[in-house]
Design a protein around this ligand. Structure first.
Ligand code: PLP
Length: 347
């Protein structure tokens, strides 16, 4: 006999990427930004007052919403602050889905979606991508209460043009959540769709572009009615005072973001070219990682050989991904070491 609900006993839970403890490892497995966050964000943390620690934080994160609305050219009432983008995924699934109200999403994609959906006990419709950068036609026929489109997608790195997502949202009765966790590394985004569609939620994260994965901050942008529904479900104080203070400074420091993104895009191109010259095929990436397909099949031995050299990338054993490695774009020095190790392993 179990103490848990049947749904909980049935599921495995999400497996986060391995966080190695030993010093000197090259960690290219969880898509963290290799560069430090804005110095102003770090100063905000250092300058946190005893009063800020003593009192509850602002439950709405108004200061962040004002700063973000200015940068993104939207309104504060279109924004919800979250404890990481994952918090928003949880809020959306809990407020929109149940056993009669399915979730749908194209696969392969972020493997947290089915975990959250199973906890909520809602039916899951997984629709395989037909081509990178295209919405699979079967996604139009799911009748889901919530459809998630990860764009740019993980782990493929591909990007669907906003116009295609706009057409999809128009044809869909349910809510469309566009997971833009990686959008800072893309050339376009779906923000402009929010004013045209009352059923779109955009997810943004400060973990990737803004180098703040450790602080846990993300936010949603949507029509105010959708935002209100999501707020009903969130923890009152879902974002702590220290994180809020840092997030305000981070979003204001767009120059820091752009400089880091520029460096990562340069290294992404270099890594892509080098991997192709070693016999991998690599889709064009719009993210801070590349998905390298090993032309001779199973890639686990390459993953293992890299791990023996203290270089960690991401590998999944599933049928659709077992011949692939997902590699976070690191600094030039980290990428030098990765490329050198791969040349050695494949020689
Ligand atoms: C990183 C990520 C998120 C959000 O991550 P947080 O660290 O919780 O902000 C959401 N979706 C995808 C696909 C991601 O890779």
């Amino acid at each position: 006999m179990s103490y848990f609900r049947a749904e909980i006993d049935k599921i495995e839970g999400y497996t986060p990427g391995f966080q190695p403890k030993n010093a000197g490892v090259i960690k290219l497995n969880t898509n963290e930004n290799p560069y430090p966050p804005s110095q102003k964000a770090i100063e905000a943390l250092a300058n946190l007052s005893p009063e800020q620690a003593r009192k509850y934080p602002d439950p709405t994160g108004l200061e962040f919403k004002l700063a973000a609305a200015k940068v993104l050219e939207t309104e504060p009432e279109n924004i919800i602050c979250c404890n990481g983008g994952d918090d928003l995924l949880n809020l959306a699934i809990r407020s929109i889905c149940d056993s009669q109200r399915p979730i749908a999403y194209p696969v392969p994609t972020y493997t947290l979606y089915p975990v959250l959906a199973n906890i909520q006990n809602c039916p899951i419709v997984e629709v395989p991508f037909e081509a990178v950068g295209q919405i699979p036609s079967a996604l139009y026929k799911t009748n889901a209460a919530l459809t998630i489109i990860c764009n740019p997608n993980a782990p493929t790195g591909g990007f669907i043009e906003p116009q295609k997502i706009s057409d999809f949202a128009k044809a869909t009765k349910g809510v469309v959540l566009i997971d833009e966790a990686y959008v800072d590394f893309a050339d376009d985004n779906c923000l402009k769709l929010v004013s045209k569609h009352d059923n779109i939620i955009i997810l943004r994260s400060m973990s990737k572009g803004y180098s703040l994965a450790g602080l846990r901050f993300g936010f949603g942008i949507a029509n105010p009615d959708l935002i209100e529904g999501l707020i009903k479900v969130k923890d009152s104080y879902n974002v702590n005072a220290a994180t809020l203070a840092a997030a305000v400074e981070a979003i204001k420091d767009q120059k820091h973001l752009k400089d880091n993104v520029q460096k990562i895009k340069q290294q992404r191109q270099r890594l892509t070219d080098e991997l192709i010259s070693m016999g991998f095929s690599v889709h064009k990436s719009f993210t801070n990682f590349v998905l390298a397909v090993w032309h001779k099949g199973d890639a686990q031995w390459i993953y293992n050989s890299l791990a023996e050299r203290n270089i960690f990338v991401r590998y999944w054993k599933t049928d659709d991904l077992k011949d692939k490695l997902r590699i976070t774009v690191g600094t030039k020095q980290q990428n030098d070491k990765l490329i050198e190790a791969l040349k050695d392993i494949l020689a």
